[in-house]
Design a protein around this ligand. Structure first.
Ligand code: ACO
Ligand code: LMR
Length: 264
C-alpha cells in the first residue's frame, strides 16, 4: 500500500515534471506544432480547456486593443513618472498596473456581474440604471473621460462587430447596448466603454460557446477572471512606455507648479 505524504500545495493548471511542460494537460510541443496562439494559452491556463478558435481569437483581439491607450491615461502616466525616476522595468510596470481598478481598466468583472444580474433578472435598462443610481453605484462599464455619444470608442465597435459575425449569441452585448442607449439619453459622456464591452461580450462567450456549465460561468464571474485581460494587455503598453522613456533618456519628472491649484 502506498503511503501518500501530505502536500501543502494543490495545483491543477500546469505540470513541469515531465520531459516538457504541460498546460492543462497539453504538452508544449503540441502547443507549438498546432500553431496555438496566446489566446489558446490563456484558455488552457485560465479556463483549463481548449476553447474554439473564435473564442481564442476574441481573447487575442481584447489583448491587442487594450494593449495601450496613449501616454495620458493613469497607468501609462504612473509608469512614465516611475521610469523617469530611474526605476527598473518591473517597478515601472507595477507602478502603472497599480492604477488598474474600478475607475480605470478594472471595471470588466463588475460590468459582467451587474449586466448579468440585471439581464438574468429581466430588468429593463431603465430599472437597472435607475436602481444603481438609487444605490449610489456608478454603472461599471459605462462612462469615459474623453469618449462621447458623438465620438464613440472605436475599440467597442470592433469588438461588437467581431462578436456579431462569430458568436452564436450576443444577448448580453445587446442588453449592454440597450443600457448605453438609455444612459446616453441622460448624458453624452455615458457611453459603453471598453471594459463594459468586454464584460458583456465575455458573458456571451461563456454562455454561447457551450464549453462552460452554468455553475462554472457563475464561478468565473464571481471570482473575477476578466480584469486579468486588461492587466495582461496593458502590461504590453506599460513595458513599451518604460522602454520609450529610457530610450529618450528622460530626466526626473516634476509636475509644474502652474498646473497645481495651491489653496487653503
Ligand atoms: N454610471 C452612472 N453615472 C455616471 C457614470 C456611470 N458609470 N459615469 C459618470 N457618471 C455621471 C455621474 O453623474 C457623474 O457625476 P458625479 O461625479 O456627480 O457622480 C458624471 O457623470 C461625471 O462624468 P465625467 O466627469 O465624464 O466622469 P468622470 O470623468 O468622473 O469618470 C469614469 C469617468 C471614471 C470612467 C466614470 O464614468 C466611471 O466611474 N465609470 C464606471 C467605471 C468604469 O467603467 N471604468 C472603466 C472606464 S474604461 C477604461 O478605463 C479602459
Ligand atoms: C484606456 O484604455 O486606457 C482608456 O479607455 C482610458 C482613457 O481615459 O483613455
Amino acid at each position: 500500500r502506498k503511503v501518500r505524504a501530505p502536500t501543502h500545495i494543490i495545483s491543477t493548471i500546469s505540470d513541469d515534471r515531465g520531459e516538457e511542460p504541460c498546460y492543462a494537460g497539453v504538452p508544449m510541443s503540441s502547443i507549438v506544432e498546432r500553431g496555438y496562439g496566446v489566446g489558446d494559452v490563456i484558455s488552457l491556463l485560465w479556463f483549463k480547456r481548449s476553447l474554439p478558435r473564435y473564442c481564442t481569437h476574441f481573447i487575442e483581439i481584447c489583448i491587442m486593443l487594450c494593449a495601450d491607450h496613449g501616454p495620458c491615461v493613469s497607468g501609462a502616466h504612473n509608469t512614465i513618472v516611475t521610469a523617469r525616476a530611474g526605476k527598473d522595468l518591473v517597478s515601472s510596470l507595477v507602478s502603472g498596473l497599480l492604477t488598474i481598478g474600478p475607475r480605470f481598466g478594472g471595471a470588466i468583472d463588475d460590468a459582467a456581474r451587474y449586466f448579468k444580474d440585471a439581464y438574468d433578472r429581466g430588468l429593463t435598462p431603465y430599472e437597472f440604471v435607475e436602481g444603481m443610481k438609487k444605490k449610489g453605484i456608478r454603472v461599471p462599464g459605462i462612462g469615459h473621460r474623453i469618449k462621447r455619444g458623438d465620438n464613440r470608442d472605436k475599440r467597442v465597435e470592433l469588438l461588437q462587430r467581431f462578436a456579431r459575425t462569430h458568436f452564436p449569441s450576443v444577448k448580453y452585448m445587446e442588453y449592454a447596448i440597450q443600457v448605453e442607449t438609455y444612459t446616453l439619453s441622460k448624458a453624452n459622456n455615458l457611453v459603453l466603454n471598453v471594459d463594459g464591452a468586454i464584460g458583456s461580450l465575455f458573458l456571451d462567450l461563456l454562455a454561447g460557446s457551450g464549453m462552460f456549465s452554468k455553475q462554472e460561468i457563475d464561478e468565473i464571474v464571481e471570482i473575477g477572471y476578466l480584469n486579468g485581460l486588461f492587466v495582461l494587455a496593458r502590461s504590453i503598453g506599460l513595458i513599451g512606455h518604460t522602454f520609450d522613456q529610457k530610450r529618450l533618456k528622460q530626466p526626473l519628472y516634476r509636475h509644474p507648479w502652474e498646473d497645481v491649484l495651491y489653496t487653503k
